[in-house]
Design a protein around this ligand. Structure first.
Ligand code: ATP
Ligand code: MG
Length: 403
């Protein structure tokens, strides 16, 4: 919105009549008009001047039988019609002067008293017309003042609005910049988190896991090396070996969950299959995977993203849904990957569902993290939930394959 157009329309916008503008504008514009045009627009004034001169000539050189003086009001009325109200005042003065001179030149048309009455009446009419003109002039002035006051206020307000608008624009640009920065930062964080998980997974698997496995093997060997040892002692060694083996297995699982080597080696589908099996074993929730048998490898970062989303949504199914089943559906469509994770549980509580569709950051880290991961790729997240279950649907565009 720029100020010129905003300040040009206040009269109509505010419902104010256009009368003052019509009366004032032509007068201001008059000097710039060519003479003929000006005469057409302001013919009343020359007509009034001409007629007062004719009446004065007849009056002063009075030889008519009728009272010419009573016609002095006509030019004043003509002037009243003209654009400039003060003309009516000048003509009223002129008419009064001519009438008084006419009277002083002596009665011609009748008895002196009658003539005087005619002239007084005529002058009264002239000044009545002039008073009307004056009143109109005052009204015009008041309107003009009100109009210019309103224009000034509209101008000030427009100025204020323009300033507010530009500071708003700056703030929006600032916020957009910050949002972009935040988006980049969370992208970096997520990437760093994945790298860190991979590092910890490798450490756990290659060091702690291997050492524990070696401890378990050694303990078994110790058990075999002392067949004559007391039973209590042999049992203790056997239990410790079993515990070491169990912990080694757990560390292996944790390591794989942190970063499944299958994901890199065999691809997303194999990793999801492995995750679903392990999930079923650990949680008792029957999990089905529906995906095409032929599933091409995807860019590594997209595979990690989808794997993490499946991981988080399955964890949510186990923690919150109370469902006995879970379904994972993976579809590859032209230009995008669609993932759907569905359960038949109690659904997301309504007060949380509101936040899912509004302020995600007010929820846990899980769904917000899913959204953040999807956003990094310009994808979409849709969550539908009711008392019959929850479906999380994610669409991730494939780079270089956009339609
Ligand atoms: N499948 C589901 N069924 C029912 N409720 C769910 C489901 N998934 C999410 N929710 C609800 O949505 C909320 C938000 O989930 P979100 O994963 O963001 O956080 P969280 O699981 O509570 O914590 P975390 O940050 O550890 O993931 C949950 O607290 C839960 O109430
Ligand atoms: Mg969660």
């Amino acid at each position: 919105m720029n100020s010129p157009s905003a300040s040009a329309s206040p009269a109509s916008a505010s419902g104010m009549t256009s009368a003052p503008r019509q009366q004032v504008a032509p007068v201001d514009a008059a000097p710039s008009l060519p003479a003929a045009q000006w005469l057409v627009a302001n013919w009343q004034l020359p007509a009034a001047c001409l007629s007062i001169l004719v009446i004065a000539a007849l009056d002063l050189g009075q030889r008519a039988d009728f009272p010419v003086a009573s016609f002095y009001v006509a030019p004043v009325l003509l002037a009243l019609w003209s654009q400039k109200t003060q003309h009516a005042l000048y003509l009223a003065y002129a008419a009064t002067v001519f009438s008084v001179i006419g009277f002083m030149r002596g009665p011609l048309g009748g008895p002196h008293g009658e003539e005087m009455a005619t002239r007084v009446l005529s002058i009264a009419m002239v000044w009545l017309a002039a008073a009307l003109s004056l009143q109109r002039w005052r009204r015009e002035k008041t309107l003009e003042r009100a109009f210019s006051d309103m224009e000034r206020r509209v101008h000030d307000r427009t100025h204020e609005l323009t300033r507010a608008n530009s500071s708003l624009q700056t703030e929006i640009a600032d916020r957009k910049g910050k949002e972009e920065l935040l988006r980049q930062l969370s992208g970096h964080l997520m990437h760093a988190q994945d790298q860190e998980r991979r590092r910890i997974a490798r450490e756990l698997h290659d060091n702690s896991g291997q050492t524990l496995a070696a401890i378990a093997v050694n303990l078994s060997r110790i058990e075999n090396l002392m067949p004559d040892a007391p039973l209590k002692m042999r049992n203790l060694v056997a239990d410790t070996a079993a515990m070491a083996e169990q912990t080694s297995r757990e560390i292996r699982t944790i390591s794989y969950l942190l970063h499944p080597p299958l994901l890199e080696e065999a691809g997303l589908l194999a990793a999801i299959g492995w995750l679903a099996n392990g999930f079923t074993q650990r949680s008792g929730i029957k999990t089905e995977v529906d995906a095409p048998s032929e599933f091409e490898r995807l860019p590594a970062d997209i595979e990690v993203t989808i794997f993490r989303i499946v991981q988080e949504t399955l964890t949510n199914v186990a923690r919150h849904s109370g469902s006995k089943t879970a379904f994972i559906k993976l579809t590859r469509q032209p230009g995008e990957i669609v993932l759907e994770v569905r359960d038949e549980g109690t659904g997301i509580p309504p007060e949380k569902l509101e936040k899912v569709h509004g302020n995600l950051s007010a929820l846990g880290v899980g769904i917000a993290g899913v959204w953040e991961r999807v956003r990094q790729f310009g994808g979409a997240l849709e969550i539908n939930s009711n008392s019959r279950g929850t479906t999380v649907m994610v669409v991730v565009p494939l780079p270089g394959e956009q339609l």
